[in-house]
Design a protein around this ligand. Structure first.
Ligand SMILES: [Zn+2]
Length: 124
């Protein structure tokens, strides 16, 4: 048997949570946006069921979005700086929101993948 790819490369590569080889999404890229969230019924490699009875992707997406909103401070602060004395906190919030909106397609896909991984982990 060949070694399984790492957990991280499985998640970031949108691969099947079981074998980490088969692709989860029907479409590889995020374009066209309309069908980017379509996932295969089962893993093309190991036939692990991928479409569950429930989908908690949106819940995880909400959490990821919030986390990212605050993580943006890590690059914003060193570049632009921030102070309580002027409006810079509002500029940060605007910039951060924009980044999060632009990354939404990626976050939505990532949320679905994470959900599948979590679901499988609990099923054992
Ligand atoms: Zn698989």
């Amino acid at each position: 048997m060949s070694k399984k790819p790492s957990l991280l490369s499985g998640i970031l590569g949108y691969r099947c949570p079981d074998c980490r080889i088969g692709r989860i999404f029907v479409q590889q890229g995020i374009s066209p946006l309309k069908s980017m969230l379509q996932i295969n019924k089962e893993c093309p490699h190991c036939h692990q069921k991928l479409q569950g009875e429930s989908n908690n992707g949106p819940g995880i997406n909400y959490a990821l979005t919030t986390i990212l909103l605050f993580l943006n401070i890590l690059w914003y602060y060193p570049i632009f700086g921030m102070s309580c004395k002027d409006n810079s906190i509002f500029y940060f919030l605007a910039a951060s929101t924009l980044v999060v909106i632009l990354m939404q397609p990626i976050l939505m896909r990532l949320s679905r993948v994470l959900y599948l991984y979590i679901l499988l982990a609990f099923r054992g």
